[in-house]
Design a protein around this ligand. Sequence first.
Ligand code: IPD
Length: 272
Amino acid sequence: MTFLDVAVEAARRAGDLIREKAYQTKQVKQKTSASDLVTEVDQRSEEIIRDIILRHFPDHAILGEEGVAAGDKTVEEVWEESRQHEYVWIVDPIDGTSNFVHGFPFFCVSIALAKNGELITGVIYEPMRDELFTAEKGKGAYLNGQPIRVSGEETLAESLMATGFSYGQRRVQQQLRTLMRTAPRFRSLRNGGAAALHLAYIAAGRLTGYWELGLNPWDLAAGVLLVKEAGGEVTDTWGRPFDLTVRNTLATNGKVHREMVELLRESQADVT
Ligand code: IPD
């Protein structure tokens, strides 16, 4: 089985569980705040994905959202440790956990593989619509097996943009400042509440772009590869190159990227 086959199998198996539980009552625990949640389904989903990956590739490292949350290490420490392995899988067992908790059907499984720090495989699976987004480095991006491309908008004035609010008051306030400056310039703005799906939707041409402050590698990894393979651009919110340590992220169809970077520059003087 190829890396992609294994990622797809893991995403579909986890997705089956998530779909089954989507409208049932969940056991919800708070992590860092009332907005940062985990359910037993997130944990079970991560176990399913881990088991499938390790059955095929026992010596690969796995950086998973709930594994990090459950331990006493920071994401930076875990990422540093996993970089000692040639292959690192980066897993979000449910991206959009708050949506999942409320039965708002916009959440997904996100699985990526990095080789020596470079993304080579990305899979995002949205169980409620049975949509499987896949990408391999240099081989394009696909939705349910059909090639996808980013959208053609050339200006922000004709763009459908998305954003999100990371946990923590400081981030929310910073993000509100960027919104005051940017939102009036777009055709319209969305917050679906699942970073990975926003990125998959850019790859599929359904959104023009998306930015958020304070993201984690598991929110981003698979979606970043999808956007790039579909012809889009991903940088930090200052326009600097993306790598997996970047938290403040901007992804677009490429055509509106410079205009958006310029606009963000004026509103994020205090963003780190
Ligand atoms: C969150 C979602 C949300 C975004 C947060 C993420 P999680 O991921 O992607 O849309 O605004 O920054 O942490 O916790 O649901 O996996």
